[in-house]
Design a protein around this ligand. Structure first.
Ligand code: ZN
Length: 413
């Protein structure tokens, strides 16, 4: 390894000819070609950015600290997916999947020849199996809502799941089209807003694929994953955006963990009835505004004149962040296209943004399942009323007078 710094902002010498470009949306893996984001094979790179999303920065620290060699070559023995996913017809439509690599879990098999010849191709998706257990599921068994079947759900509350981890892989022309902006404007904003982290965004318009340094997503499957993509398979789904405070620590200012647990219950029921349950967990903390912004907003809500109330719920977020939400649900339906899903029979979400994004992508939602009222924590009433008033799916929309009432706890209570 040379000690010179390798700039990838411009192709060097005649090596450009070595780059095999990605033909996004091609019908087969071979026609599509592998996404090469190798840091050790600069001349072969056909993507901007690097694998591991945000964790690439920790990898840099490991290299800097001398714990990891710059040229470490992963050994992928026995790491292949435990179940088969795809290919589905949606993989061959360049406009349907633009924010993940549909072949990302199958690179070892799909590009075996290139890998054997020494090309550094890495998986961006991994699929494994696990057992999960949450106290809410034990409560559901005790209350008689869930019945252990000894297969999907054990009497001790253990649930057998398949799970997939997905790194973001963005096809920039497709992203620009989905947002209705020019690709050059998208590239420029990405370049500038990451403080110039990836110069190729503006210097290498021939490179169309970008691995952004952000969090990815995790899928939890209940039931037989390989039934997905068949029209007769019934699907239940909870699409959940990360909320560490509630999801992990049980903070009661929002409905996140209760809704997640309820969604898992709906998924288990569907699997027990022969369908498939799916939880999609996106790393988009605090509506993708981040936890620092989120906690600042909590303080602003609880300290404002008139107390924490639904009427000003979204305004307080907008004051701090400039917008109410940065999750961009427009990208969210990609994962359903990846799984070959065209219809969701039970959709455990009240969000109009999520529902609208699915419908815009031609995915049918048969039944929307709201969170049962008794699962909403008292301090989360402010959030729930505000969302219902803003158009969230609900049987009853709160009246204007209701939204004025302070319902959230004070900061010192
Ligand atoms: Zn939350």
């Amino acid at each position: 390894m040379s000690d010179h710094i390798m700039l990838t902002s411009h192709p060097r010498g005649g090596k450009m000819s070595q780059v095999a470009h990605v033909h996004w949306g091609a019908a087969t893996a071979l026609e599509r070609g592998p996404v090469v984001a190798s840091l050790t094979q600069a001349a072969q790179r056909n993507a901007i950015g690097t694998h591991s999303g945000a964790y690439s920065v920790y990898r840099a620290l490991a290299v800097a600290a001398g714990h990891l060699g710059r040229d470490h070559k992963p050994d992928y023995t026995n790491t292949a997916p435990v179940v088969n996913i795809g290919p589905h017809p949606q993989w061959a439509d360049p406009s349907k999947i633009i924010s993940l690599d549909p072949w990302g879990h199958r690179v070892g098999e799909a590009f075996a020849e290139q890998i054997a010849a020494g090309l550094d191709v890495r998986p961006s998706i991994a699929i494994t199996k696990a057992h999960i257990n949450m106290p809410e599921l034990k409560d559901a068994i005790l209350a008689g809502r869930l019945k252990p079947d000894g297969d999907i759900l054990a009497a001790n509350g253990d649930v057998r799941v398949t799970k997939a981890a997905i790194e973001p892989v963005w096809y920039l022309p497709g992203l620009a089209e989905r947002f209705g902006v020019k690709e050059s404007s998208l590239r420029r904003a990405l370049f500038e807003q990451t403080a110039g982290m990836f110069p190729e965004l503006v210097t290498r318009s021939d490179l169309k694929v970008f691995l952004p340094p952000i969090g990815g997503m995790t899928l939890y499957f209940f039931g037989d994953v390989e039934k997905l993509g068949k029209p007769e398979t019934k699907v239940a789904c909870r699409l959940h955006d990360e909320c560490n405070g509630s999801d992990v620590f049980g903070s009661d200012i929002c409905t996140c963990r209760p809704y997640l647990a309820h969604g898992i219950e709906v998924c288990i029921e569907m699997a027990q009835q022969g369908g498939v349950g799916l939880v999609v967990y996106n790393r988009k903390e605090g509506r993708a505004l981040g936890e620092v912004t989120k906690f600042l907003v909590y303080n602003a809500r609880k300290r404002q004149v008139g107390g924490d109330r639904a009427e000003t719920y979204f305004a307080r977020t907008e004051c701090v962040a400039g917008v109410q939400d940065m999750r961009f649900q427009e990208l969210m339906p990609d994962v359903f296209h990846w799984l070959g899903i065209t219809r969701i029979d039970r959709w455990a979400s009240m969000s109009d943004m999520k529902h609208g994004a699915l419908v815009a992508q031609g995915i049918e939602v048969v039944q929307r399942v709201p969170i049962p009222d008794e699962l909403i924590p008292a301090d989360a009433r402010v959030e729930m009323d505000a969302k219902k008033a803003a158009g969230y799916f609900s049987e009853s929309v709160p009246e204007a007078a209701e939204l004025l009432l302070p319902k959230g706890r004070g900061l010192d209570e």
